[in-house]
Design a protein around this ligand. Structure first.
Ligand code: LRH
Ligand code: MN
Ligand code: MN
Length: 424
């Protein structure tokens, strides 16, 4: 299903008056509002192909229907999101959940929707039906060399597929670790993993990046071999200048200070990108900004400060992606909410009075520093984000338009009620 341009136009015309009223108020309140709008226009957040179907837990899954059955339909869904918000101009594939049979045709279809291919993701955390050796006891860390080799070759194959699609990065997430004390020799597991990663790294084209994603626990519950940012940093540091750490917001132990992690990785030149989501307990993969919006804002505050200090381009120098999925929501609605949540935090961070904050920090004026940040966080920037969408050709209120056009009902009619998208 596609949304015709005139429908977006009509929707915007209907909402324009109220929008302009809100916009004129906020632009009178925020000094650099014009620059913020432009930065938000430029900012694109990739959509993971595995979040387009209803998520599930190990206890069950309750599909809402109309899920994409093929890679082509996944691309159509992301195209639909992008036409609504003009901020979701890339899709990230997980191989072999997604298998591009005809890369040229897939690339052309994506281009028709204005989409590029973001990072390609390898998968050595599950056994595939045709696979010779099992990953039950890990992949790149495995004590068995043949299993490590199989996992290395899979990653190299994923790079090859990514090259065909025009992707420029590989994200490696390993579930490797152990479930009980004594199961693993930590040092040997690290060394095996490093050697395996070095072989994968050697297959990277010059213009590619390797993102190494860490995660504290799950599916292993005693140790994870790339368990935190320090471990990821230690690997990528050894691999070379095309290797970076990837931060998934749900992959930390409770109460971790993620904004500080982000600031330091950025300072070291080793922050590669993000998987945005939110969580209350663990790797909950909830809508970005749904549970801890202040944390998301503080992370963006560090990103803006740190990227500007290093002269980095906000839109292009890091990999921005959502990694969320949900059990009780329409996945497309959930993704629209996530993108909106991310954009709001970004816009708020851009509005922080940096000079005043630096002054407060240099004077140890704790109260003033807190006031500056909270003032930005408590400012309603929704009209700025909506204006960015309007200027880019998107909808003033994507969710409202999605519902009024009965998108999900149409998708169910087209694809059926009992569809299952590959992924989590
Ligand atoms: C692991 C993870 C990783 C995977 C994705 C499906 O929890 O965050 O990024 O590739 O989920
Ligand atoms: Mn992730
Ligand atoms: Mn995760």
């Amino acid at each position: 299903m596609q949304l015709e341009k005139y429908k977006i136009q009509q929707h915007n015309d209907d909402l324009l008056k109220g929008h302009e009223r809100r916009l004129s108020y906020i632009t009178s309140e925020i000094e650099n509002s014009e620059a913020i709008i432009q930065k938000v226009v430029d900012f694109q957040i990739a959509i993971p192909s595995w979040a387009l179907g209803t998520g599930g837990t190990r206890f069950g899954r309750f599909s809402g229907g109309g899920e994409p059955r093929t890679l082509e339909e996944k691309i159509e869904d992301v195209g639909l999101l992008h036409s609504l918000n003009q901020s979701s101009g890339a899709i990230s594939l997980h191989i072999p959940w997604d298998i591009p049979q005809d890369a040229k045709a897939i690339k052309a279809l994506a281009a028709q929707h204005g989409l590029k291919f973001d990072a390609v993701n390898s998968n050595t955390f599950q056994d595939q039906p045709d696979q010779a050796l099992t990953y039950k006891f890990g992949s790149l860390q495995n004590v068995n060399k043949a299993i490590r080799k199989q996992a290395i070759e899979h990653n190299i194959e994923v790079i090859k597929q990514g090259i065909e699609l025009g992707s420029e990065s590989l994200t490696v997430w390993l579930s490797d670790g152990s479930c009980f004390p004594g199961q693993l020799n930590f040092r040997k597991a690290y060394q095996n993993t490093l050697e395996s990663l070095q072989e994968i790294y050697a297959a990277l084209p010059d213009n590619w990046k390797l993102f190494l994603e860490y995660k504290a626990f799950e599916p292993n519950f005693y140790s994870t071999t790339v368990g935190d940012w320090g471990q990821s940093y230690s690997y990528v540091q050894k691999l070379g200048n095309k290797a970076y750490t990837l931060v998934d917001l749900g992959h930390h132990l409770p109460n971790a200070n993620i904004e500080q992690i982000v600031a330091l990785l950025l300072m070291e030149g080793k922050l590669g990108g993000f998987h945005f989501n939110d969580s209350k307990y663990g790797d909950d993969d909830l809508t970005a900004g749904a549970i801890k919006p202040y944390q998301l804002f503080l992370i963006f505050n560090e990103l803006v400060e740190g990227m500007d200090a290093r002269g980095m381009n906000h839109a292009t120098d890091l990999g921005w992606m959502i990694d969320a999925s949900h059990n009780v929501k329409d996945p497309l609605e959930d993704l629209l909410q996530s993108v909106e949540g991310i954009m709001m935090s970004y816009a708020q961070a851009l509005s922080v009075d940096r000079k005043a904050l630096e002054e407060a920090q240099n004077n140890n004026d704790v109260v003033r520093a807190q006031e500056i940040l909270q003032n930005a966080f408590r400012t309603d920037v929704r009209a700025l984000v909506a204006e960015a969408r309007l200027r880019a050709g998107g909808a003033l209120n994507p969710l409202e338009l999605y519902r009024s056009q009965k998108v999900r009902e149409n998708l169910i009619a087209e694809r059926g009620l009992k569809t299952v998208a590959t992924g989590l």
